[in-house]
Write a protein of this length. Structure first.
Length: 265
């Protein structure tokens, strides 16, 4: 194919599928592209179709995104990206214009409004932000069935599962109760959490993670899921030792980590 930006995205989508975190058409991804990246794939001025949304996108007008299609399977993206992905431009406050992809007449994921709202909030925090990824990691979902849904409690428990947790997600993890997916309520709630967090758990559903690069976000998902897996494997067993608050504080000092305060200190 020769489109480096599309190849990088489809490789990550394939890995997510192979890890078992995006079964069937579960999960979705949106990634900000530079104009140069888009020009390597298609004409930036030829809009094939448009999609309208009823929220304010004025702060991201002119930005380009590659977004997974509604009902599409991650396992098919690597071999047929032009059917399963779309490159879109934010044309005005309420409109996305399709420049490339969805060649079977498809459309952006039903979670596109949630993605775009999250991009809007994360760009306010980090101008280098580029990626929002939603997936269904097994152990994260398991935890939402047996653990309370308090964000601070989740953060503390996952920080204490392994030494790297506080290093990789020092701001912690936000957790939302079950909310109907694909709707306005869950989009607003998730974007609100994104003002302070890069990761948001949807109870009995999955995980939203954000960041600057594909590698960063994939690594964030991996680390959270590994911590959740450790939790699920030991939660019903007596613990002879664990990472203490004092040890986490020592670790944070040694690595100069700006962690979320009020949880272990």
């Amino acid at each position: 194919m020769g489109y480096k930006c599309i190849e990088e995205v489809t490789e990550i989508l394939d890995l997510l599928y192979k890890h078992g975190w995006d079964e069937r058409n579960g999960g979705n991804l949106s990634y900000i592209l530079t104009e140069e990246e888009v020009e390597s794939v298609c004409d930036t001025d030829k809009v094939k179709r448009t999609f309208t949304y009823n929220f304010d996108m004025s702060s991201i007008v002119g930005k380009y995104f590659v977004i997974t299609g509604t009902g599409k399977y991650f396992k098919n993206c690597l071999k047929d990206p032009e059917t399963n992905l779309g490159i879109l431009k934010v044309i005005d406050n309420h409109t996305l214009g399709l420049l490339w992809g969805y060649k079977d007449g498809g459309a952006p994921t039903s979670e596109a409004p949630t993605h775009l709202k999250c991009h809007i909030e994360r760009l306010k925090v980090d101008p280098k932000h580029r990626l929002v990824c939603h997936c269904h990691p097994t152990n994260v979902i398991c935890m939402t069935h047996i653990h309370d849904l308090d964000s601070n409690h989740w953060t503390e428990d996952l920080w204490k599962m392994q030494t790297e947790s506080i290093v990789v997600f020092p701001e912690g993890i936000a957790v939302l109760p079950w909310i109907l997916c694909g709707g306005e309520e869950i989009g607003i709630a998730t974007a609100e959490k994104m003002k302070e967090y890069r990761s948001v758990v949807w109870a009995q559903h999955g995980l939203f993670c954000t960041g600057k690069t594909l590698d960063e976000v994939f690594g964030l998902i991996e680390t959270i899921e590994k911590a959740a897996e450790i939790y699920m494997k030991i939660c019903d067993k007596p613990r002879l030792q664990s990472i203490t608050n004092e040890q986490l504080l020592t670790l944070a000092k040694a690595f100069k980590i700006d962690f979320r305060h009020g949880i272990i200190d």
